[in-house]
Each structure stands twice: as structure tokens, then as C-alpha cells.
Design a protein around this ligand. Structure first.
Ligand SMILES: CC(C)(COP(=O)(O)OP(=O)(O)OC[C@H]1O[C@@H](n2cnc3c(N)ncnc32)[C@H](O)[C@@H]1OP(=O)(O)O)[C@@H](O)C(=O)NCCC(=O)NCCS
Length: 176
């Protein structure tokens, strides 16, 4: 567990997405795609992992509770973001998932995914997909990304060599 954090569903946190993607050039180093993700954060549901406030010293006023809409959470307190693109009633796609580097492997990605899956299941969604960098182009960073999705229960379906300009695209899916 990466310190304590809570997951909030919100909208329009392109500022937080922009900051986090800027920390991860190995995965999001192409400006055109980063720009597209930041725009997507303004329109898709955002699930954000938010650092829990430090315990207040004795006698001080309690920290304000996190607002349900998440709109006023400072960008630096957002530790990870997951955007969901739902085009059909029974399926949805993880459009973007990124966690601040210093919190990698702290359980934030898995916790964001579980919260999204719970919400989608409750809405009747049965299939969750994600497109990521495929294994035919050697890239140890994306090997770890696919290991994460596999650990979350996703299965590889097909690699598309031409869907993205120069990079192989791997479609992975999970039944909810
Ligand atoms: C991929 C990413 C979202 C995962 O989030 P995270 O909070 O670091 O991952 P978690 O700690 O929740 O990991 C859950 C499980 O996934 C697997 N996993 C995660 N990172 C892994 C790694 N580097 N190597 C191997 N397995 C890994 C493990 O099984 C892990 O469980 P464990 O720690 O109990 O063994 C995050 O590392 C990230 O932002 N990476 C860069 C951007 C990226 O790849 N985004 C997706 C683009 S499609």
C-alpha cells in the first residue's frame, strides 16, 4: 500500500492528468498522444487516487473532507488517474491509467481498477478492455505495464501492428 489514499470519481481533471503524464515520459513521451489524453480527461469519467491528508497535530482544526466531486482537490494530491470510455451499454474501455512514479507498485493502480470494475458491474457492464503497447516491439517498461494488466485479470486478445502509427497495439480484455 502506497501510504493512504482514497479513490474519487470526478470529471474534468485534465490538470492532474497533464501533471502525471509529464512525470512518465517512457510511457507518454509523444506530445500528440499526451495532448489527446489530457483532452480526454476533460470529458471522460476520471477516477483519481487522492492522498489522504496528514494526521492533524493535536489541537489544530481537522483537515477538510474530500469533496465527492473531486473538483477542488489540488493536482499534486492526485496520485493516479484512470479514465473510462464507455461507448456501449455492456462494455467499456480503460482509456488511460497512470500513477505517479514514486507511488508505483504501491497498490494504487489495482485499487483504481477495482473501483472502476465495481461501478461498471453495478451499471450492467460485462466486458472491460484496454489497448496497450504490444510485445512484438521490445520495451521493458511496457512489459511491466502488461504484467500489471495480467495481474488485474486481463487477457491478451490480439496485437494490431497498424492501428497506432509506429507502435504495435495489444488489445486486452477482462470479463466483469
Ligand atoms: C501500470 C501502473 C498503472 C500500475 O499501477 P501500480 O499502482 O504501479 O500497480 P499496483 O501496485 O497496483 O500493482 C498491482 C499488481 O500488478 C503487477 N505489477 C505492477 N507493477 C509491476 C511491475 N513493475 N512488474 C511486474 N508486475 C507488476 C503486480 O502483480 C502487482 O501486484 P503485487 O505488487 O502485489 O505483486 C503504473 O505502474 C503506471 O502508471 N505505469 C506507467 C504508466 C502505464 O504503464 N500506464 C498504462 C499504459 S496502457
Amino acid at each position: 500500500m502506497s501510504g493512504t489514499f482514497t479513490v474519487v470519481r470526478t470529471l474534468g481533471r485534465s490538470d492532474a492528468a497533464h501533471d502525471i503524464l509529464g512525470e512518465l515520459p517512457e510511457w507518454f513521451g509523444i506530445d500528440r498522444f499526451t495532448h489527446e489524453y489530457v483532452e480526454a480527461a476533460a470529458k471522460f469519467p476520471n477516477y483519481v487516487a487522492v492522498a489522504a491528508p496528514e494526521a492533524a497535530p493535536p489541537g489544530s482544526a481537522p483537515a477538510p473532507a474530500i469533496e465527492a466531486d473531486g473538483g477542488k482537490i489540488p493536482s499534486e494530491d492526485v496520485l493516479g488517474v484512470l479514465l473510462v470510455d464507455q461507448r456501449y451499454p455492456t462494455s467499456a474501455e480503460v482509456h488511460l491509467l497512470a500513477v505517479r512514479r514514486k507511488h508505483h507498485r504501491g497498490g494504487i493502480g489495482r485499487t483504481l481498477m477495482r473501483r472502476v470494475e465495481d461501478d461498471l458491474r453495478a451499471q450492467g457492464v460485462r466486458l472491460l478492455s484496454v489497448k496497450t503497447f504490444g510485445p512484438s516491439a521490445s520495451d521493458p517498461d511496457f512489459d511491466r505495464t502488461r504484467a500489471f494488466y495480467t495481474a488485474c485479470g486481463f487477457h491478451p486478445v490480439e496485437e494490431f501492428p497498424d492501428l497506432w502509427a509506429d507502435n504495435p497495439c495489444m488489445l486486452m480484455v477482462k470479463a466483469l
